[in-house]
Design a binder for this molecule. Structure first.
Ligand code: ASP
Ligand code: MG
Length: 427
């Protein structure tokens, strides 16, 4: 008998009907002879609604209370799902993150997992129950408080439990059939991938592909957890994310031995772009700027520095979460004199489009084709960044979808069939 961890996202449990449907699926898995541990997200847009509600009450709610509030979304769905399973005649028990032994750092809103001790979950499944665990939350031993792990964190809860319980597979259920060559909400001709290496999946998640939380991919890779990303609305085989490039893949007849050059196109609409002009061209200025930014706890993404004007001044641009823009501007303006720059400008929302594929590192011409596709679509490029297996550019936000589609087509990723999106808003 093998143990399977299944994670159901918000759109899979958005209302009573959906919860009943998911319950059926879980019971079917158990009847097929497996032990089942389920991780659930909050119903539909509950987490966003709770955030909106808190914002109506307080401009800066205490982070401790915010985590208690947000963790309640997952508690609603776990209890309702347990009831739905009981209705089908199967025993089920739901557990909060802390009951499930998810021990995290004390940082509210972005806590990382320190330890997973799922003793109660083991006892529960060994006693023949279906165990249901609230996603994206845990408890800090240090502060004794409830913590949450950041938006989309339920995937990481599921993978961490799968690793701790030595599960045969961690199934991530959402409202699309798997990982696609581009977001099927944006590119109708996107193709579902049967297998993705975890290296490519990491780049795609980092570049904005939302079907898996970035941290869950990292976690699965480190602990060798096999992921199967699939839809809760169909029985279609989804996408397998293989834990390690070096791990053996079982190839079917006719499968290519080498990985394809390009895996897919990812995009992200959550970043803003900050430009600092007239920065003195002397050693240490970038260090100064980015130390201030890091000190404010802001994650940055792409950075570009211009060639300096007659070795006197230069401009530095970088992207960051749009919501951190005000904070970043404030901290830089406070230090304007010390740094010695002339001006700041900020674009709160830019588009980022990335082409990802492990095969591109030894295929010249990928970037040329990428830029040609953007030119032919009349899209101007803000910033560029590359890695061995990724090329990313910043575009105007209005042109983002067009850029994704143009690149998807240029690299021959379009499929003849229309990709299915079963539910959800992609929010
Ligand atoms: N409910 C949380 C969110 O919306 C966690 C999750 O769904 O994974 O971000
Ligand atoms: Mg999610």
């Amino acid at each position: 008998m093998s143990l399977i961890v299944q994670k159901y996202g918000g759109s899979s449990v958005q209302d009573a009907e959906s919860i009943k449907r998911v319950a059926r699926r879980i019971v079917d898995t158990k009847n097929a002879g497996h032990q089942v541990v389920v991780v659930v997200s909050a119903m539909g847009d509950t987490t966003d609604d709770l955030l909106d509600l808190a914002a109506d009450i307080s401009e800066q709610p205490p982070l401790r209370e915010m985590d208690i509030l947000l963790s309640s979304g997952e508690r609603m769905s776990m209890a309702l799902l347990a009831m739905a399973i009981h209705e089908l005649g199967e025993p089920a028990q739901s557990f909060t993150g802390s009951q499930a032994g998810m021990i995290t750092e004390p940082h509210h809103g972005r806590a990382r997992i320190i330890e997973v001790s799922p003793t109660r979950i083991k006892e529960s499944v060994d006693a023949g129950h279906i165990s249901i665990v609230a996603g994206f939350q845990g408890m800090s031993r240090e502060s004794k408080d409830i913590t949450t792990m950041g938006r989309g964190g339920s995937d990481t809860t599921a993978v961490a439990l799968a690793a701790a319980l030595d599960a045969a597979v961690c199934e991530i259920y959402s409202d699309v059939d798997g990982v696609f060559t581009a977001d099927p909400r944006v590119v109708k001709s996107a193709r579902k991938l049967d297998v993705v290496s975890s290296e490519d999946m990491l780049e795609m998640a980092a570049a904005g592909t939302k079907v898996l939380h970035l941290r869950s991919v990292e976690y699965a890779r480190r602990f060798g957890v096999k992921l199967h990303v699939r839809s809760s609305f169909s029985d279609t085989e989804g996408t397998w994310v293989i834990p390690d490039e070096k791990d053996k893949v079982t190839l079917k007849e006719g499968d290519p031995l080498e990985q394809p050059i390009i895996t897919g196109v990812s995009h992200d609409a959550s970043e803003g772009k900050l430009t600092i002009t007239g920065v003195p061209d002397v050693p240490g200025k970038a260090a100064e700027i980015f130390n201030h930014i890091a000190g404010a706890g802001i994650n940055i993404d792409m950075i570009v520095q211009d060639v300096s004007v007659e070795h006197q001044t230069t401009n530095i641009s970088f992207t960051l979460p749009g919501s951190d823009g005000d904070k970043a501007q404030r901290i830089l303006l406070e230090n304007k004199e010390a740094i010695g720059f002339q001006e700041l400008s900020f674009v709160p929302q830019v588009g980022k489009v990335s082409l990802v594929g492990g095969g591109m590192r030894n295929h010249p011409g990928v970037s040329a084709k990428f830029f040609t596709a953007l030119r032919d679509a009349g899209i101007n490029i803000g910033l560029i960044s590359t890695s061995e297996i990724r090329v990313s550019v910043i575009t105007d936000i209005e042109l983002l979808d067009k850029a994704v589609a143009a690149i998807h087509t240029a690299f021959g990723l379009d499929s003849d069939e229309e990709a299915k999106v079963y539910a959800g808003t992609g929010r």
